[in-house]
Design a protein around this ligand. Structure first.
Ligand SMILES: [Zn+2]
Length: 194
């Protein structure tokens, strides 16, 4: 398994436009000079494979029987990590707002499960998957993610992020980029933000 250093991961994610640099209006209304759009990684299957191998390398000697990921963000990278580890893969999804394993997916009793997500901030979805795994009689081994955006976590498992990325944000009134009249971009909408 090939490891990647954090600068290598950051460069790869920037090249893939999964991490953007500029002037952004976040959904919170705050402004930032960074924006994470992790799905862009999926445009490059070879990169996903490389990142998944790096995650498998970080997880190292820990015995893993199964990878579980929350839909939608964790599905592709979770599948790729399972492939790199040579184990099975399942994903969870919300049904009426409640995280659950559907489609006949199941956690065998005693299975050692690695939970994989693309981006973890508080890790709310990851915490729900961990509870699901425990409820099914599985053993959550650790959590792996492409990006940890920092801050306290909603889960108590060991976390292996490929990249730790603190995205700072601030109120529009105290935005230096606004003051410098840098065009503001609102990701998710096609137009430049006002
Ligand atoms: Zn601004």
């Amino acid at each position: 398994m090939t490891d990647m250093t954090e600068p290598e991961v950051q460069m790869a994610l920037e090249d893939a436009h999964a991490i953007l640099t500029g002037h952004f209006k976040l959904t919170s209304g705050r402004h930032s000079d960074r924006y994470v759009q992790c799905a862009r990684v999926l445009e490059d299957p070879a990169l996903v494979t490389r990142l998944a191998r790096a995650i498998a390398h970080r997880v190292g000697e820990r015995q893993v029987d199964l990878v579980a990921a929350p839909a939608v963000g964790g599905i592709v990278i979770g599948f790729a990590v399972a492939q790199a580890l040579g184990v099975k893969f399942i994903f969870s999804e919300r049904e009426n707002g409640v995280m659950t394993f559907r489609r006949g997916f199941d956690v065998p009793e005693g299975a050692r499960v690695l939970v994989v997500e693309d981006v973890v901030t508080t890790g709310g979805s990851v915490a729900e998957v961990i509870e699901l795994v425990r409820a099914a009689g599985g053993v959550p081994v650790a959590v792996a993610a492409l990006i940890d955006r920092g801050g306290p976590k909603a889960f108590d498992a060991e976390l292996f992020p490929l990249l730790r990325l603190q995205v700072e944000s601030w109120e529009p009134g105290s935005c230096g980029l606004c003051a410098s009249e840098v065009p503001l971009y609102a990701p998710g909408s096609r137009a430049l933000a006002k």
